[in-house]
Design a protein. Structure first.
Length: 233
């Protein structure tokens, strides 16, 4: 009789242990998000990064060990056609790359290019922070309030919609505000600043600059150099 009681007690303990184990939540699996895809066009030498939808991307493109690396703090970079997988990143031998194209897509994205290659940066929707390298860059924001900065070359920057901050930095730059109340600074060099619609603030800084406020109540400050100011208050 005692033996049956002991066996019954052991079975009860086992049942309770099993029930408790089943009640515990399963450990969450580590999620690795594909933040975007790298591709390379051998004919044109264009290294392209296309961001995935629904992600706030944190893209850095830099030169390391004679390779151009694409990294994204938001997740994994998928190595597509022509790109080489490098852990969570993707790379391409620098000597084969003539320009870099980033389509950041939706979300509040940041893109930094330090590899000395011409950069074509497209922010898309969301409040984006786009920064080119030290060569001639083509940088365009989207419909929201963006921070757009060229590098040391002759850059073309378009704010498009939203109240944008635009900086040409060194070089002979062209800055176009688009719709919205924009803040534009040319930097060193002979710059062309076009405020277009909205109440804009245009600062030519050093160099011989051409400032055009466009529609709206605009403030123009040519800075050092012989400057031309049109449609400015």
């Amino acid at each position: 009789m005692a033996r049956k009681s002991i066996i019954g007690a052991l079975l009860s303990v086992a049942a309770l242990t099993l029930a408790g184990t089943q009640a515990l939540p399963a450990a969450a699996a580590t999620a690795f998000v594909d933040a975007g895809t790298c591709t390379f066009n051998a004919a044109s030498g264009e290294l392209r990064y296309t961001a995935a939808d629904g992600i706030d991307n944190e893209v850095t493109i830099e030169l390391e060990n004679n390779n151009v690396f694409i990294r994204d703090g938001a997740g994994d970079v998928v190595a597509g056609a022509g790109c080489i997988a490098a852990g969570n990143d993707a790379r391409r031998p620098a000597g084969t790359v003539t320009r870099i194209h980033v389509a950041a897509g939706d979300g509040d994205d940041s893109v930094r290019v330090t590899a000395l290659k011409r950069a074509v940066l497209r922010g898309g929707d969301g409040e984006d922070d786009l920064r080119g390298a030290g060569v001639a860059d083509d940088i365009r924001g989207g419909a929201d309030n963006d921070d757009l900065r060229g590098g040391g070359g002759n850059d073309t920057v378009f704010g498009n919609g939203g109240d944008d901050d635009m900086f040409g930095n060194a070089g002979n730059d062209e800055l176009n505000g688009g719709a919205g109340n924009d803040n534009m600074s040319g930097g060193a060099g002979n710059d062309e600043l076009n405020g277009n619609a909205g109440d804009d603030e245009l600062n030519g800084n050093a160099g011989t600059d051409d400032l055009s406020g466009g529609a709206g109540t605009d403030s123009c400050n040519g800075g050092a150099g012989t400057d031309t100011e049109t449609n400015c208050e």
